[in-house]
Design a protein around this ligand. Structure first.
Ligand code: NAG
Ligand code: NAG
Length: 269
């Protein structure tokens, strides 16, 4: 079980990462755009454990493209692994994974004997690319080059005054976030936060276009990121939940120490 101080640290790191993401916003946006224009399209495959391969990646046919780049992200790693179908971001390290397959039903990678982890585990956002995850503790973010190029570079939108909290399964009729604020074809997390108003501690977007707000998170657990892999109808650069799944943000500074929230206890397999 994670301790409170672990979460406090995680929270601070996310805030720091978001602050740094804002600082680099304009440059990375331009780069993501030009990456797309060059026809290099990338899909997020999920957050996976590094337990088996971390000490010896080469024996699992993973190539170390670089191991110390503070500006690690989709742009440099995708370029370094341009001939590889998958590539992996893990903090400042980039690995090319030409021979793996991901079973999307089970969330298992047979070549690495690794399982997909819950999305909140990949809390480390890449310094220079807003909303792009660079993995977490013993967790790495896996990406895939897509062909044909149908999927845009995805990411977690930095929302002013909020921090990203993860992907949550949503069960009707007992919604994770109780208040439905509306749906629209220009939905983004930022728009949803505006619709929820000043009193909402949690805001969440679902199915690309629906906005929910709540004072608490109920009836749910954090789950796999690819289930929140639908891009926002209002802006294809960002994730807006999925079918029956919410991309959830929490208002900055809303949490007190030791405050229990649904999802804390369910962090892995
Ligand atoms: C690594 O690649 C070689 C050659 O393609 C293959 O024979 C071997 O089974 C692979 N090893 C792993 C662990 O995937
Ligand atoms: C994924 O795993 C399931 C359950 O083990 C299996 O039945 C299925 O064939 C696998 N899919 C692929 C594409 O390997």
């Amino acid at each position: 079980m994670p301790t409170v101080s672990f979460w406090k640290l995680t929270f601070q790191l996310i805030v720091m990462a978001l602050a740094s993401a804002y600082a680099h916003d304009a440059r990375a946006d331009t780069d993501l755009l030009s990456t797309r224009q060059q026809g290099s399209f990338v899909r997020y495959s999920g957050c996976f454990a590094t337990i088996n391969w971390q000490s010896s990646p080469t024996s699992f046919n993973l190539t170390v493209a670089f191991s110390r780049r503070p500006d690690n992200g989709i742009i440099p790693c995708s370029a370094a692994c341009s001939t590889s179908r998958h590539f992996i971001l893990w903090d400042q390290q980039c690995f090319c994974a030409p021979s793996i397959t991901i079973n999307t039903t089970t969330g298992y990678i047979p070549q690495l004997s690794e399982w997909e982890a819950t999305e909140g585990d990949c809390w480390r956002l890449c310094r220079d690319e807003p909303g792009v995850t660079c993995g977490g503790s013993a967790r790495a973010a896996f990406y895939e080059h897509t062909d044909p190029p149908t999927v845009q570079n995805p990411g977690i939108e930095p929302v002013q005054g909020f921090h990203w909290w993860g992907c949550f399964a949503d069960f009707t009729p007992d919604r994770v976030l109780r208040r439905f604020a509306g749906a629209s074809n220009d939905m983004t997390p930022t728009k949803c936060a505006g619709m929820c108003g000043a009193e909402a501690r949690w805001v969440g977007v679902e199915y690309g276009r629906e906005c929910f707000c709540g004072a608490t998170i109920d009836n749910s657990y954090k789950t796999f990121g690819r289930r929140c892999g639908r891009v926002c109808e209002g802006d294809g650069r960002w994730f807006c939940g999925g079918e029956g799944h919410l991309t959830v943000y929490e208002r900055d500074g809303a949490r007190g120490d030791g405050d229990p929230v649904g999802g804390y206890g369910y962090l892995g397999w």
